[in-house]
Design a protein around this ligand. Structure first.
Ligand SMILES: Cc1cc2nc3c(=O)[nH]c(=O)nc-3n(C[C@H](O)[C@H](O)[C@H](O)COP(=O)(O)OP(=O)(O)OC[C@H]3O[C@@H](n4cnc5c(N)ncnc54)[C@H](O)[C@@H]3O)c2cc1C
Length: 417
């Protein structure tokens, strides 16, 4: 079934009785060509591009819960391509281009809104760093504009321009950045993959990975054993646990990241704004809620919920940047489990086991990567060659020390990225 304005009108006039479920609920087959563990954004996008671009459809996505229940439905929805280092910059640029055609491609409204992102800076040093970042973005073919304090005052009058402790010097503006509706992205990719013949198996937890003579043979699941020629681990915050089933120890730590939303307000924040003096970022959802977040909880955990000290820390950063937020009532907060890598950049690679592949290490930024990651990972799975825009996300960089992509030069500490 294709979606269109005409279809919405027809259904509206006939009692909305013609809508069908977005995807089937098939029984697992005994064997597939490729199994994708994890029905989050990255797993679903991988399945979609395998079917669409490589004609491979004998594929199943194995999801232990329900589609959209992981980080893909828990993030703050920011989409951008504003990276500094080679390796990241061409990849995120590729991903943003896919975002720009995604709704048409999926025939699905993911509410992608290029409302622009502004990274504030508050010192000469930060201005220099943002200028270099902006130049790198432009040289990569993306967009970046340096804004001074007076221009910002006109654009973002609600910021605290009189705060001498954190004076606002200006901001780096990335007009093509913005937001998208997170769970719609999961649903759109799920529907697209299902329509092309991919089996989406929900409530299907992988409990073991079968390996013989260095070659993957399939997996054990809560719905029985399933054989496969290739298996892809795409489980975000659970990457270390699933890789351990294959005897692997990944350089990943799992940490909780919280997000917050206020009651619905009239339109007040037109863009995404980030605070250069603390880890705080904010946008306004189409329903009117102010959606914001900040730092990790700073200890490893598999609990998808947060704690009060971090909530307080995030609110304080928000108040320092835009005191008017203190008048809004907070409606909800939640947490997601982040797969933090030592250099803050992802891993998209084969493993030492034939037929076993890994995609993880998305840190704070895996939502915007969803189309790009699915696209390049599908290329790797189908051809056994790295996609030209993802040649550097190799697992062995953490053994050899060569090719580390540490965007902010923070060193090898997972929770700092
Ligand atoms: C609060 C918060 C805010 C964020 N904000 C942003 C943002 O603004 N912009 C941005 O780009 N990124 C953001 N992120 C990061 C982004 O959401 C993640 O990096 C990304 O969603 C992770 O990839 P995924 O969608 O595939 O993960 P998930 O949706 O978590 O998918 C992994 C799936 O694997 C499944 N799974 C795990 N173990 C098994 C098993 N054994 N068997 C079967 N299935 C299994 C899980 O149930 C889960 O559904 C944020 C994250 C959080 C938590």
């Amino acid at each position: 079934m294709r979606f269109s304005g005409l279809r919405v009108l027809k259904e509206g006039l006939t009692g909305n009785k013609g809508w069908k479920p977005h995807w089937r609920d098939p029984e697992p087959k005994a064997e597939y060509d490729i199994l994708i563990i994890g029905g989050g954004g990255h797993g679903l996008a991988t399945a979609y591009y395998l079917a669409k671009e490589h004609g491979l459809t004998n594929i199943a996505v194995l999801e232990k819960g329900y589609i959209g229940g992981g980080n893909i439905g828990r993030n703050t929805t920011i989409v951008r391509a504003n990276y500094f280092l080679q390796g990241n910059s061409e990849f995120y640029s590729h991903s943003l281009k896919l975002w720009e055609g995604l709704e048409e491609d999926l025939n699905y409204n993911v509410m992608h809104s290029q409302r622009g992102i502004i990274n504030l800076f508050h010192s000469d040093g930060q201005r220099d760093a943002r200028a270099r970042q902006g130049n790198m973005m432009i040289s990569q073919g993306d967009d970046a504009i340096m804004l001074g304090r007076d221009e910002l005052r006109g654009m973002l009058p609600y910021l605290d321009f009189d705060n001498a402790r954190f004076p606002i010097y200006g901001g780096l503006y990335h007009p093509r950045g913005g937001t998208a509706r997170h769970d719609a992205v999961a649903w759109g990719f799920a529907r697209g993959a299902d329509q092309r013949g991919v089996d989406l198996l929900q409530n299907c937890e992988v409990t073991g990975i079968d390996i013989e003579d260095g070659q993957v043979r399939g997996v054990q699941t809560s719905r029985g054993a399933i054989k496969a020629k290739k298996v892809a681990m795409v489980v975000a915050g659970r990457s270390s646990q699933v890789a351990a089933m294959a005897g692997m120890h990944l350089p990943i730590e799992s940490h909780v990241l919280q997000a917050f939303v206020t009651e619905g307000l009239k339109p007040v924040i037109d863009n995404v704004v980030t605070f250069g003096m603390g880890h705080f970022y904010i946008s306004q959802s189409d329903k009117g809620g102010l959606v914001f977040g900040g730092d990790l909880d700073f200890y490893s955990s598999y609990a998808a919920r947060g704690n009060l000290p971090t909530a307080e820390h995030v609110m304080e950063a928000g108040m320092a940047m835009m005191p008017m937020i203190g008048k809004a009532k907070m409606l909800r907060s939640w947490g997601g489990i982040m797969d933090m890598s030592p250099d803050g950049s992802p891993i998209i690679d084969r493993t030492h086991i034939d037929g076993l592949y890994v995609n993880c290490g998305w840190n704070y930024g895996g939502f915007k990567a969803v189309p790009g990651s699915g696209n390049v990972f599908a290329h790797l799975l189908a051809t056994d060659r790295y996609h030209e825009n993802a040649t550097r996300f190799q697992l062995d960089r953490f053994c050899t020390g060569r090719g580390i992509i540490d965007e902010e030069g923070k060193g090898s500490q997972h929770n700092l990225h």
